[in-house]
Design a protein around this ligand. Sequence first.
Ligand SMILES: Nc1ncnc2c1ncn2[C@@H]1O[C@H](COP(=O)(O)OP(=O)(O)O)[C@@H](O)[C@H]1O
Ligand SMILES: O=P(O)(O)OC[C@H](O)CO
Length: 494
Amino acid sequence: MSPLLLAIDQGTTSTRAMVFDAAGRAIARAQEELPQFFPQPGWVEHDPNIIWQHALEVCRAVLARPEVGGVGRITAIGITNQRETTVLWDRTSGAPLAPAIVWQDRRTAARCAELSSPASAALVAERTGLVIDPYFSATKLAWLLDTVPGARDRAERGELAFGTIDCFLLWRLTEGHVHATDASNAARTLLFDIRRQQWDDELLALFDIPASLLPEVFDNAGYFGETTLFGRAIPITGMAGDQQAATVGQACFSPGDIKSTYGTGCFVVQNTGGELIASRHKLLSTVCYRLDGQTTYAIEGSIFVAGAAVQWLRDAIKLINNAGDTEALAREVPDTGGVYLVPAFTGLGAPYWDPLARGAILGLTRDSGIREIVRAALESVCYQTRDLLDAMQADGAPKPAALRVDGGMVGNDWLMQFLADMLAVSIERPEVTETTALGAAYLAGLGAGVFDSLDEVANNWQLNRRFTPQMEEDKRDALYAGWRAAVRRTLSHE
Ligand SMILES: Nc1ncnc2c1ncn2[C@@H]1O[C@H](COP(=O)(O)OP(=O)(O)O)[C@@H](O)[C@H]1O
Ligand SMILES: O=P(O)(O)OC[C@H](O)CO
């Protein structure tokens, strides 16, 4: 019987557990939506204890499925996670000192502006491949140390631990025995030198972070520890940030291979191999994965609001009941009638990097209705993807022949067709769209010796549907020009 691999995918809006076989087939899945908290404008928080509780529940649910055949069939566990989200906890009790500050949170925008001298921006870019922005963990962690009473003193005494969600789950799964993260998650903290693959003292000083808080940094596949919480000892042998895991799940193993994930945010990641390429157009350089000590790098475009715009339509202004309603509504109108929705709810990420920008709906007329607004929200995801691909090509990357897509939004056929039209690129949707979880399973399989190399899993990738561009070029360019004009009206700087 095929070895089975359990993947824990802790995302921004939900936590899912999936069991895959060695051929990458999904055997069972369980998912729980995660409550999000918005205590102030631009603030986004999660409760780490709820994250942990949901992770336990979905793992137990999926292990109880008859098609799995019992916990004894599970060879290893892989973890993948919403990145940058920051947790600070007590090393003795494991109890968080505060809510998790989520990657979308903007509370440290002013602090980032204070730190953004040309010298510090250059240091950060050179060492981390990132930009000084509230998106990343460092200023979130510093904020916690400076606002939770006694936290900084306790950290200096070695009583506290920092971690991103992967690290927090590993701590809880191993019952406090392992404080470690992986190279792809460490790369998102603003504290990790991605060339030398180690925490960087100058960056720790810049962001005022005590080294005593930091986890070890492991490869993305290997032995992280084991958990006995599911009835027997199961090794944890794979871990990666969700966008890097999706890159693995999409079998983007060669330089130039590219994928785009459409979840809460949208993240385009292009494998650049052993070459660390610096963007001249405000894209990020980051770790794709590190295996056997060898680092593979990537260029990444990070969009803060993609599916989150649909959640806003559902939860904030209640225009829809379910995310899936958006497809039918978008099809009911030939266009948006000139309406553009710029979803800068938590600022704008690449290539604008404007944490103070805020959302807007522009071009409204008396004829504008629910359908136009819903369609404009979906279209915004495609325009933002075009922003990223144009920046990648301005950096010298070749126009991709096809873009592999995944994430919760890609089941929306209308959206995928508009994406193909806006990019003038074929969009390839795989059979398994939960490629984030699949990538975590592959890494776990590699770490547990189920596979000798990732090349073995490349052939598992199967096409579900290809969307080819149909739109006339002049219409495409006119629509995109309207988007660019709309964005300019939301930026806080020229
Ligand atoms: N049919 C759909 N059309 C548009 N958006 C969708 C659709 N189904 C789900 N979504 C959006 O996809 C997101 C969930 O995707 P997922 O990959 O699970 O996100 P995450 O990993 O960020 O939690 C939600 O923001 C939801 O609004
Ligand atoms: O939760 P997702 O899938 O939108 O991913 C969030 C990213 O990891 C943020 O960098």
